[in-house]
Design a protein around this ligand. Sequence first.
Ligand code: AMP
Ligand code: MN
Ligand code: MN
Ligand code: MN
Length: 283
Amino acid sequence: MFDLHCHSVHSDGTLTPADLVARAALRGVTVLALTDHDDTGGLAAARAAAGEHNMRLIDGVEISVTWRGCTLHVVGLGIDPRNAALQAGLAATRSGRVERARRMAAALDELGIAGSFEGARRFAGNPQMIGRTHFARFLKQRGVVKDINAAFKRFLGSSQPCYVPQLWASLDDAVRWINGSGGVAVIAHPDRYPLDSALMRELLAEFSDLGGAAIEVISSNHRHRCREFAEYTRHYGLAASTGSDFHSPEEGYHDIGSLPALPAGVTPVWQMLAESGIPCPAS
Ligand code: AMP
Ligand code: MN
Ligand code: MN
Ligand code: MN
């Protein structure tokens, strides 16, 4: 079973790469891509662990992108983490996070919730990658909210009082960094964006023109829209990917693995990976 999207403590997951790989193996995953946000620091440990579990590891990353004022996530699969242009791009994308976290903490301070910068940082395994999920965990720990979803609903979501907008990478740069390092670019969880169907079509046309390769047709975020996204892949000549976007065993997100099969009539992204010479079974 393929699972081509998940997170470790190197971004906002809670498991180490080794524990993540072990959990994936136990749950029947045979090909796993670790796709931490804007950082590839977990890949070496994940690869070592995958070797012990007879699992194929695909080197991945999930790049934060700003497109027409909207935050999108673009997954790179089969990237080369040693590629200098990719690493420079990821470093630039990460660079505003600490300042942004200070501004989120200031906004929480104003609401009478003190100490959130230090509190969130304690949850960030990778201090450079401090983000909203770490603040959500802090708010839960403090007892301000009952779960992390509520933290996004009340404080951290894009129209909530502690949201701090950020200018991430451009779509063009993200696709170029991924392709330039030998990987393929995938639009992550397409249902999560506030785009109507006209804008979604513009995004996919632009992504395809830039050399983007695939869309996540199966994602734990959108089981009910999978036929619609399958249709988009055919229309824009894109392949179809599948990933749980797993972050933590405790947070009620979908677990790693156990994803439904891709619908018939799409080109699986792993076929494309195999054709690009990335070691990956084609089925
Ligand atoms: P950031 O990159 O710091 O803006 O954080 C984005 C991360 O927040 C995403 O990758 C998700 O892991 C998490 N996230 C976003 N919205 C929600 C939500 N409604 N519930 C739980 N987690 C969320
Ligand atoms: Mn995340
Ligand atoms: Mn994402
Ligand atoms: Mn993700």
